[in-house]
Every structure is written in structure tokens, then in C-alpha cells.
Design a protein around this ligand. Structure first.
Ligand code: AHM
Ligand code: MG
Length: 337
């Protein structure tokens, strides 16, 4: 058989998750169904993002179309797409979206096995209009027991999530997922409309050569963050300085960190003591993935996944990435305390 023979035995994301779930005899396919609906949302948003550049021509994203109807902005559209996909899966009971102030309690007739999904439908909003990578982030909890869902069901530490992932709309469309047994990456084959396993068993390098932070905020940083970034640029142990890469899209910055190693920082500062990123649907899912890939995630005070959020849109500083790199920033915070 030649190496360029057409591959016909493709591991699609559905087949992959069905295989994983069959290890749990109690599983009745509910998770696979839920995930299929998330995948559908990702494909829809991917296709909208790809068309966004044509907005002026065909009337998308904030433009007025030929019928004179105002078209929806991509972030608003993405939010509606995911809410509809999740509710129609019949497997969710409560949803939290970055776009909505309040949690969405799914009406009883549409509830199934009780999954709680927290998500940011289109993260990296400042990058939408210039064609830079953006993404969707999601995390999944299960209801502890059968009761009427309340926000208490999602105000739980990230370590209680049963799955987390993101989909990056970049030069290709990549979905990275963990159900608590490692991290796997799938790439959308547009001609098939299927996500194919392309990055099995992602492991983050123990140490990296890249740091990723918005240095424009340096004026307001605290001591440990300032000291850490100074060490990246002027290492005193004879090692080479790190390179700086910052896209300003968490999905893209974390994706690169997972594959190449290094550290991503969104610290708190004097103006915003809790930083910018939201705990439930940004910090937790990404921390879950990084830990599952063998890295670490830290808030400046504790392991990020131990944090107990007290409100839906709570923010937290975050330092995540390669194990050894995060060890260094932890040591700086410990020294200060
Ligand atoms: P958003 O949810 O409004 O898009 O904000 C989140 C984004 C992240 O993707 C990214 O890590 C961060 O904001 C960048 O913020 P900044 O421009 O302050 O560096
Ligand atoms: Mg966001």
C-alpha cells in the first residue's frame, strides 16, 4: 500500500466520543448527542465566520441585506446558534453564555439528561472584523442530583467539569476537546463536513520558549507579574530570552500554548484586580484542557480549577501553560505572600 493511498478509515469526532463513552457502561449516548449539537453549532459559526469578509457583498454581520433587513452581528448570531443547538439537543437544563446577563433555564419539556453548559459563543471579539482567529469556548457540568436547576449548579469549581473544549476558527477550523481522559484535537474537513482526529493525545511541552501577555497593561501590573515578564526577557540563569506572541484571542493564544508550550498570562492589575477573563467559560475550560495536557493553571493565589465562583460572570487572573513555566510564576507569588 502506498503512503498516498486515500485514507478511508477516518476517526470522526462522533466515532471517537462514542468509543470513549463505551468505556462507561452507565452511559446511554446522552453525552454523544450533546456533543453532536455543540459540533453542529461550531460548523455553523465556522461557515458564518468564513463568509464574514464578504459581508459588504452579500449582506452579513451588521450590514443591511438586499431585502433591507438588518443582518445580525457575528457574536449575536453565534450566541443564538449555540443556544438553539444546545436546547434542541434535549440534554441540557441550564446554560450560561457570555452574551447573556442571566443563566438560561431550559424549559422542562426540552430537558433531558441534565447537562449544564457554560460557553463563550464567539471569543476574541476585537479580532472579528480583521479576519484574525477567533473561537468558541465551552465547559460542561452535570447536575449533582435530580432537582430544579439553579445557578448553584454552575457556580462550582472547574475541577467538577466533566468536559471542556474550544473550537478555533482560524486558517483551519480546529476543535480541541477533553472529557477528562487527555486532550484530543479534530480538524474540520470542509468537503466532508466532519471533524477528523488530527491531534491525538495532545501533551503540552514541560517548558516553552514563548510568553503571551498584553504588555500594554504593564504600567499597572503587580510585582510578581512584572518580575516574571522581566525574567522572560532578561533571564539570569544563562537561558535564552523567550519570544513574545500575543494574538488577543484567547482560543488562538491557548491553542498555540498547548501545541508549542510556553505560558499565557492575563494577570490582575491595579485597574482591574481580577483581570479580564471570565471564570466560568474562559478560565475554567482552558485550565481544564491545559491540566489534561500535562500543564498547569494558576490564578495568582491557587490552582485555577479549585476556584469557587460566586457569580456567573466573575473574572479571575490566570497564568496557564507549560508545567515548569507556571511553576516559576507560582514561586514568585509565593515569595511575595
Ligand atoms: P471578549 O470575550 O470580549 O472577546 O474578550 C476576551 C478576549 C480574549 O480572547 C483575549 O485573551 C483577551 O480578551 C484579550 O484582551 P486584551 O485586548 O485586553 O489583551
Ligand atoms: Mg470572551
Amino acid at each position: 500500500h502506498s503512503a498516498d493511498a486515500q485514507r478511508t478509515d477516518l476517526m470522526t469526532i462522533t466515532r471517537f466520543v462514542l468509543n470513549e463513552q463505551s468505556k462507561h457502561p452507565e452511559s446511554r449516548g446522552d453525552f454523544t448527542i450533546l456533543l453532536n449539537h455543540i459540533v453542529l453549532g461550531c460548523k455553523f459559526v465556522c461557515s458564518s465566520v468564513n463568509k464574514a469578509g464578504l459581508a459588504k457583498l452579500i449582506g452579513l454581520a451588521g450590514e443591511t441585506n438586499i431585502q433591507g433587513e438588518e443582518q445580525k452581528k457575528l457574536d449575536v448570531l453565534s450566541n443564538e446558534v449555540f443556544i438553539k443547538a444546545l436546547v434542541s439537543s434535549g440534554r441540557t437544563c441550564i446554560l450560561v453564555s457570555e452574551e447573556d446577563e442571566d443563566a438560561i433555564i431550559v424549559e422542562p419539556s426540552k430537558r433531558g439528561k441534565l447537562y449544564c453548559v457554560v460557553f463563550d459563543p464567539l471569543d476574541g471579539s476585537s479580532n472579528i472584523d480583521c479576519g484574525v482567529s477567533i473561537g468558541t469556548i465551552f465547559g460542561i457540568y452535570t447536575l449533582a442530583d435530580v432537582h430544579e436547576p439553579t445557578i448553584k449548579d454552575v457556580l462550582r469549581p472547574g475541577k467538577k467539569m466533566v468536559a471542556a473544549g474550544y473550537c478555533m476558527y482560524g486558517s483551519s477550523c480546529t476543535l480541541v476537546l477533553s472529557t477528562g481522559a487527555g486532550v484530543n484535537g479534530f480538524t474540520l474537513d470542509p468537503s466532508l463536513g466532519e471533524f477528523i482526529l488530527t491531534h491525538p493525545g495532545i501533551k503540552i511541552p514541560n517548558k516553552g520558549k514563548i510568553y503571551s501577555v498584553n504588555e500594554g497593561n504593564a504600567k499597572h501590573w503587580d510585582g510578581p507579574t512584572t518580575a516574571y515578564v522581566e525574567k522572560c526577557k532578561f533571564p539570569e540563569d544563562g537561558s535564552s530570552p523567550k519570544s513574545l506572541r500575543y494574538i488577543g484571542s484567547m482560543v488562538a493564544d491557548v491553542h498555540r500554548t498547548l501545541l508549542y508550550g510556553g505560558i499565557f498570562l492575563y494577570p490582575g492589575d491595579k485597574k482591574n484586580p481580577n483581570g479580564k477573563l471570565r471564570v466560568l467559560y474562559e478560565v475554567f475550560p482552558m485550565s481544564f484542557l491545559v491540566e489534561q495536557a500535562g500543564g498547569q493553571s494558576f490564578t495568582g493565589k491557587e490552582r485555577a480549577l479549585d476556584l469557587i465562583p460566586t457569580k456567573l460572570h466573575e473574572r479571575s487572573p490566570v497564568f496557564l501553560g507549560s508545567y515548569d513555566d507556571v511553576e516559576e510564576i507560582k514561586a514568585l507569588y509565593a515569595a511575595e505572600a
